[in-house]
Ligand binder design. Structure first.
Ligand SMILES: Cc1ncc(COP(=O)(O)O)c(C=O)c1O
Length: 403
């Protein structure tokens, strides 16, 4: 089906929930996507930080094919060997002790919110409130939307579940002042993703951990976008010398197969008993085999460390570009979580890049997001920077030139 027909069917039959670019992809390989008309694109968005191994990775593809030929799905009514192995891998590579599997980031955060409430309930304590950060993004279900302190996402969905108190991100005094008798937990992204790839100052998260310890509060870290090697470590909290009580994962974990996970310490996990929470598809054999293929390949090929190196190279190249394009006001990144602030709306640059064969997006109105697969090479980074250079020259310089 060509792009035009796909666009017409989309317009007629699908709900109007996404602003979609007029391009449809037929296949992919590595960091490249091929559209239905056969045009190649360098994919520096990777399904929004999802396709950690790129497209059509031979190990991931073979694992999924073999599992599909054996067994797709049973229920959590039974033991699932692949789920048990994935749980073991995640526990052995993190600071947490037990895992619960679901299908998305929102679902993982929903589980985290429920577990935090249940933890206090099980102690006979009525604490329920969760402190969250302005500009956060935790998902689109009602509870995770309530935790997402960005009015543009919440508008029109009142009443949202109660019990979420927003404070400014990276402001420890504000967080401390928000703690009350009913505060159960603090829930934060380590680096704010949809908020614009906003990094906290180095002292912030250790201070949040201290406030939590002093008040007996749980620290929930949402690593849905930052986890599984993207920042150069398995989990972004490792950069800050702290550990959470609960952590959520999704996006990169399945490499494109929908998998979410919520991990917690033994003490916190024990609040969940049979019947307290569940998900029909959560941790099914297909999803878990895919996630195992992703994490084991990332580990075997040392890809988190490589993400750190390639990401540092990428940031250097973007900073060099910024010296030639005054429209770039800031470049920041950690591993392959990279953002560029512009002094103008970013949408034009996204389109100009796409027209030249580079896929990126605008994570905020004036911020470009780059989240390529972790297998990306320096040579592919060079290609992306060359395209961005041409795109910025095309959209900025003609306008800036005297008439
Ligand atoms: C930090 C973070 N948490 C949660 C979510 C929600 O994940 P999902 O869209 O899989 O529900 C996202 C999605 O962008 C995210 O970036």
């Amino acid at each position: 089906m060509d792009t035009q027909t796909t666009a017409a069917l989309t317009e007629k039959y699908l709900m109007n929930t996404y602003k979609r670019a007029p391009v449809a992809f037929a296949s992919g390989g590595g960091v490249w996507l091929i559209d239905v008309e056969g045009r190649p694109y360098l994919d520096f968005i990777a399904g929004i930080a999802v396709c950690a191994l790129g497209h059509n990775h031979p190990v991931l593809t073979a694992s999924i094919q073999a599992q599909a030929a054996r067994l797709l799905h049973v229920s959590n009514l039974y033991l699932i060997p692949e789920q048990a192995r994935l749980g073991q891998w995640l526990v052995e590579h993190s600071a947490l002790d037990r895992a619960f599997f679901c299908n998305s980031g929102a679902e993982a955060n929903e589980a985290a919110i429920k577990l935090a409430r249940k933890y206090w309930h099980a102690k006979g304590d009525q604490r329920f409130e969760i402190i969250v950060a302005n500009q956060s993004f935790h998902g689109r279900t009602l509870a995770t939307l309530a935790a997402t302190a960005q009015p543009k996402y919440q508008k029109g969905f009142d009443p949202l579940p109660a019990g979420f108190t927003p404070v400014p991100f990276d402001d420890i005094d504000a967080l401390q002042q928000a703690v009350r008798r009913q505060t159960a937990a603090v829930m934060l992204e380590v680096v704010q993703g949809e908020g614009g790839y906003r990094f906290p100052s180095p002292a912030y998260l250790p201070s949040v951990r201290r406030v939590c310890d002093e008040g007996g509060l749980l620290l929930i870290l949402d690593e849905v976008q930052t986890g599984i090697g993207r920042t150069g470590r398995w989990f972004a909290y490792e950069h800050y010398g702290i550990t959470p009580d609960i952590m959520t994962l999704a996006k990169g974990l399945g490499g494109g197969v929908p998998v979410g996970a919520m991990l917690a310490t033994e003490a916190v996990s024990s609040a969940f008993q049979p019947g307290d929470h569940g998900a029909t598809f959560g941790g099914n054999p297909l999803a878990c085999v895919a996630a195992l293929a992703v994490v084991e390949t990332l580990e075997d090929e040392g890809l988190p460390a490589r993400a750190a190196e390639v990401g540092a190279y990428f940031v250097d190249q973007l900073r060099a570009l910024a010296r030639r394009h005054s429209v770039i006001t800031e470049v920041r990144g950690l591993g392959l979580l990279v953002a560029v602030d512009l002094s103008m709306e970013a949408a034009g640059a996204v389109t100009a890049c796409r027209e030249r064969g580079l896929l990126i997006n605008a994570v905020q109105p004036k911020t470009l997001r780059f989240a390529p697969p972790l297998i990306v090479t320096n040579a592919e980074v060079d290609q992306a920077v060359t395209i961005l250079d041409a795109a910025l020259a095309a959209i900025v310089e003609p306008a800036a030139a005297p008439a």
